[in-house]
Every structure is written in C-alpha cells, then in structure tokens.
Ligand binder design. Structure first.
Ligand SMILES: C[S@@+](CC[C@H](N)C(=O)[O-])C[C@H]1O[C@@H](n2cnc3c(N)ncnc32)[C@H](O)[C@@H]1O
Length: 327
C-alpha cells in the first residue's frame, strides 16, 4: 500500500528566505527539508558535511542553527554562491560600495559610449550577447574588479552572474544553454543595470535577515571531487551529512556546468565549458571497478545480471566512502 506523508510537501513554503534568495540553480534543495532533518537528527551536531553542496542550502540552514558546516562542489559558480550565502559580510562596507555602484551606473547611463571599456575574451560572445549588452556587462565587471573586500566583491559577483544570464540570449525557462528564437532576440532589450540593481537590492534584504539570525557558526566551501577523494576533513569529525546529490546523467537531465557556463566565463573561470565532464555522471565508466562495500558489490552484480551495460552507467554515480562520520 502506498502512503504519502504530505508534511514533506513544501509547495506553499517560502523557499527564498534569508540568503536562500540569492541565486537560482538547477535542482536546489528545499531549505525546509534541510531544516527539518537538522531539527530531528542534528540536535547535538557541531559539524555538518554536504558532499554536493551546490549553492549551499544545507550550509545556510546549519549556520542558522549554530552548526558549523563544510561543503564541496566541483562547479566554481556553485562554490561562489555557497561561500557568499554563508559569509559574514560587513554591512557598513557593503552599503558604501552599493552607493558607489549606484552613482557609477547612473553616470554610465548618460556617458556609456564616451567611456571605453575592455570586453573580456569569451568564446562565441556575439552569439550569446548583444554588443550593447556586452559593453554594459564589461562596465559592471570593471566596477567589481575594483572592489577590495573579498566578501563584498563576491556579493556583487553573484548578482552579476544572474545579470549575465538574464541579459543573454539564453532561454531562461531552461537550465541548459538554448538560444532564443530569432523573433525573441529581435524583441529582447534587457535593462542590464536595472537587473543588476534589483538583484543587489533583493540579496541585501536576504543578507540582513540572515545576519540577524545567524549565530557564530561558520562554513567552509571546498573544491574536491567527492567521487574519488575527500580532502581537508578529519576522519570521525562529521556529525551529520545533509545533501542532495546530482540527479541522473547530465547528458539527459541536469547540466550544472551548462547552466553556469556564461557566468563562469564572465567571472574568468578557465575551461568553463568542460565542467559537466568532470561532474558525477558526466563521463561513462569504461571498466567496472571494485568497491569495499559488500552491499554495493552485490547490487551491481544483480543489476549486471539483468543488463550488462547498466552497472557501467551507475558506477559514475558512486562515491568514495571514508569514515568521516563520528561513530
Ligand atoms: C543537486 S545539486 C546540489 C544543489 C544544492 N543542494 C543546492 O541547494 O544548491 C548537485 C551538485 O553536485 C555537484 N557535483 C557533481 N558531481 C560532483 C563531484 N564528483 N564532486 C563534487 N561535487 C559534484 C554539482 O556541481 C551540483 O552543484
């Protein structure tokens, strides 16, 4: 008999409170799920680990409960967002930069063509961005490059990342990169500075709410590949793991790298178009390898007896096991 527990249905919940409002991303975790798991199983926890932290939803929820957190992700954009969502940004310094940016963009609206700017070298830039948009984005990038405070700079970068995506010819209804139709492109006239300002204002509100509730806890965001190594974390140091791993093969379903590619390129990430190949499920495994886990070995054998090819597809979805958890 099938039983559905509707208390796990968060369709009506506000999933964009605190710094959760910052940046859209494919297959985000619902904060209320992390919150509920932590309330139920994490009462005495001091350290959470999320091996596929994406934009850091579980890290934010842990920090809101006074629990320190560690996350790792292979996508530089995801790491930037996770870091920024959990950073203790100095509001006074941020407000000074926000005012500066307001003046900077106001002046540019009138003097745009008189102030020269270097457009960064981005592959196929004209395919994805109108010339005038490229110029405006380059001006915003120049402003950001001049910010000295790292946390404040990151705060601007993630607003910029969304501005890049929303002012490009990408179809925003899709996570993968698909170009708008010629007809849509003709009508498309994004307000680049307006987009940036509205992201900054929304994120500022979320940040204030987060800082008002955040306790002393902190988060660390790393870049190791959970599929074949675990770095920086001591054995037996983790109290609780809360994660939402990649769903399915990126060739057919979620493409985190493709979603992030244009923003990563504008943010100077090298080989931004290669990210999906490195992620779990990005490459088919040629050989069947062997694991210490008996349960895993038996399951793969069972699957192989039904379809010889199937275990190879699954292998790239298995994760290194190590005794991270406290016993
Ligand atoms: C479902 S998303 C996580 C979303 C996250 N919970 C959130 O709320 O934003 C899965 C993440 O796993 C990352 N990932 C995929 N393979 C990985 C690997 N081998 N090591 C580390 N991260 C990986 C992807 O870049 C993606 O950000």
């Amino acid at each position: 008999m099938k039983y559905i527990d509707y208390s796990w249905d968060f369709r009506q919940a506000n999933t964009k409170q605190f710094t959760h409002c910052y940046h859209n991303y494919p297959a985000m975790m619902i904060p209320q799920i992390a919150e509920r798991i932590l309330t139920k199983y994490g009462v005495d926890s001091h350290l959470l680990f999320d091996p596929y932290c994406g934009t850091g939803t579980s890290l934010v929820e842990a920090n809101l409960k006074g629990i320190n957190a560690i996350g790792t992700d292979l996508n530089p954009l995801a790491r930037l967002i996770a870091k920024t969502k959990t950073a203790k940004i100095n509001l006074q310094v941020l407000d000074l930069y926000l005012k500066d940016f307001n003046d900077y963009s106001f002046n540019l609206i009138f003097d745009l063509h008189r102030i020269s700017v270097v457009i960064p070298e981005i592959k196929n830039i004209d395919f994805w961005f109108d010339k005038a948009v490229q110029e405006k984005l380059a001006h915003i990038k120049t402003f950001i490059d001049g910010i000295e405070d790292e946390n404040v700079s990151n705060f601007f970068k993630i607003a910029f990342s969304e501005t890049v995506r929303e002012s490009s010819f990408t179809r925003n209804s899709e996570f993968k990169l698909f170009r708008m139709t010629a007809e849509q492109i003709q009508k498309f006239n994004p307000d680049v500075f307006g987009l940036m300002q509205s992201k900054l204002a929304r994120n500022h509100k979320g940040l204030k709410a987060f800082l008002a509730q955040k306790q002393e806890a902190t988060s660390q965001v790393y870049d190791f590949n959970t599929s074949n190594e675990v770095r920086y974390i001591e054995n037996g140091s983790i109290d609780i793991v809360v994660t939402s791993p990649p769903y399915g093969d990126s060739r057919t379903t979620v493409a985190y790298g493709q979603f992030s590619r244009l923003a990563n390129e504008w943010l100077d990430v090298k080989d931004a178009n290669q990210i999906d190949n490195h992620l779990m499920g990005g490459k088919r495994q040629k050989e069947i390898c062997h694991f210490d886990s008996l349960a895993l070995k038996e399951s793969l054998e069972k699957i192989a007896s039904a379809d010889e090819k199937e275990p190879k597809k699954l292998l790239h979805f298995t994760t290194t096991t190590r005794s991270l958890l406290k016993t």
